[in-house]
Design a protein. Structure first.
Length: 218
């Protein structure tokens, strides 16, 4: 088993696009050792001695992940995971534990954790997990941004256009929609054209995909 060397201090992000790994662990020597390892891999690292210390800053402007000790004085790692969910902070979490606690690991994974390791951790396994978590965060952020964009576009539709939107994505023809709304096919076509323009799509298939993404709004 490789031991981690010690680092002197936390490295600040060098640029807005540099991934940041947040280490939340009450063991200072472990934080320093993992910090140096990850810095050597090209990551910026921030260290926190407790869940409360992390919550005070609760950063998410940089993409990255959280290495989170499951057992700490005060709020546990599981408590922090729950608090982050409530605050809408989506940084991927890799849990760390000094004990092989199966019930805790199950609860952590059900809560959305990407991985769960028992200390001591092999260097290659940790590095691989962090890279995977950062990649996942990049994908997740892009998806959330896409959903927000679609929601913003949907919000520009009038009430009648939203009705037409719903009918179209459910496969209704213009004739059927006109009958349902008590209007003419020509009017339905006009509304449908506006829906496609405002949602910035060229096909019904694209509109259906958007409807799936913004389903909570409908």
């Amino acid at each position: 088993m490789n031991s981690f060397p010690f680092a002197n201090k936390t490295q600040a992000p060098k640029s807005p696009t540099q991934p940041v790994v947040h280490i939340v662990d009450d063991d200072a020597s472990f934080r320093r050792a993992v910090s140096r390892l990850l810095q050597a891999e090209g990551f910026s690292v921030r260290q926190y001695a407790s869940a409360g210390e992390f919550l005070i800053s609760a950063p998410e402007q940089h993409y990255g992940c959280i290495l989170l000790d499951i057992r700490m004085p005060g709020p546990s790692g599981l408590d922090l995971q729950e608090a982050l969910q409530k605050r809408g902070i989506h940084l991927p979490i890799i849990f760390l534990s000094g004990h092989g606690d199966i019930p805790m690991s199950v609860r952590a994974m059900k809560g959305g954790a990407l991985d769960f390791f028992t200390k001591p951790i092999k260097r290659p396994d940790l590095v691989k997990a962090v890279h995977a978590a950062v990649d996942q965060d990049v994908i997740s952020r892009a998806h959330r941004e896409q959903v927000r964009t679609c929601q913003d576009r949907y919000a520009t539709l009038t009430p009648r256009e939203r009705q037409v939107f719903d009918f179209v994505v459910n496969g209704r023809l213009n004739k059927q929609i006109a009958s349902e709304l008590g209007t003419s096919q020509r009017t339905v076509k006009a509304h449908r054209s506006q829906v496609m323009r405002k949602m910035q799509v060229q096909s019904v298939a694209e509109l259906v995909r958007i409807a799936e993404q913004i389903a909570p709004l409908n």
